[in-house]
Design a protein. Structure first.
Length: 199
């Protein structure tokens, strides 16, 4: 237990309506005026940009997914900052997967709470090796996994990524719901205050 704690130290173009009017001769003498094309609004592009911004913000604000039991508070600050960095790396790579320190943080809290099979020990050590690199103790290194173990690891990485994004969206929905309720209450108070007195 002490040994595995030590590892954590340290667009489409379109013309304006005016251009069509000029070119159709509706305004004599103006047909020779050049009119530049302007880009048409593209909702899909807007949604893509909004999603990219949301994912970038999520690198800093999304929760760290840990095993239930309260051990998440025991994570060192170093791994928390590394999680943020690796989230950005994964975002730049376009991969919807948890980074290595995020996998290790989850497995760290799992092993503090329950026993795991030898397969998951190997997966944990492989993730730690990928995360720590040359700093990983030689007798604990795991440089490869079999196909089955790699499949389990990739499933875990996808699940952690999906769960943290879902948790972030749930929190955002709760905040927006509270804002709507507060706005509604404020409007009701304003209506009541604006009613003329009967006497």
């Amino acid at each position: 237990m002490a040994r595995h704690r030590m590892l954590f130290k340290g667009g489409e173009m379109g013309k304006r309506p005016e251009a069509e009017a000029y070119n159709s001769g509706m305004f004599p003498g103006l047909s020779d005026i050049p009119v530049e094309d302007t880009p048409k609004a593209n909702r899909e592009d807007d949604k893509t940009i909004e999603k990219q911004i949301d994912e970038l913000v999520g690198c800093f604000s999304d929760p760290i997914i840990v095993w239930p039991g309260g051990w998440g508070e025991s994570l060192p600050e170093t791994i928390k900052s590394d999680i943020t960095i690796h989230r950005m790396i994964q975002l730049m790579k376009g991969e919807s997967l948890a980074g290595w320190p995020e996998v290790c943080a989850y497995m760290f809290t799992v092993t503090l709470e329950r026993m795991v099979s030898s397969e998951w020990v190997d997966i944990y050590m492989y993730a730690m090796t990928q995360y720590k690199g040359e700093a990983m103790p030689e007798d604990m290194r795991r440089d490869s996994l079999n196909d089955y173990e790699m499949g389990l690891l990739n499933d875990l990485r996808r699940w952690i990524y999906r769960r943290r994004r879902e948790a972030s969206q749930e929190k955002l929905r709760a905040v927006r719901k509270q804002e709507r309720e507060e706005q509604k209450e404020a409007e009701q108070r304003e209506i009541q205050d604006s009613r003329p007195g009967l006497f």
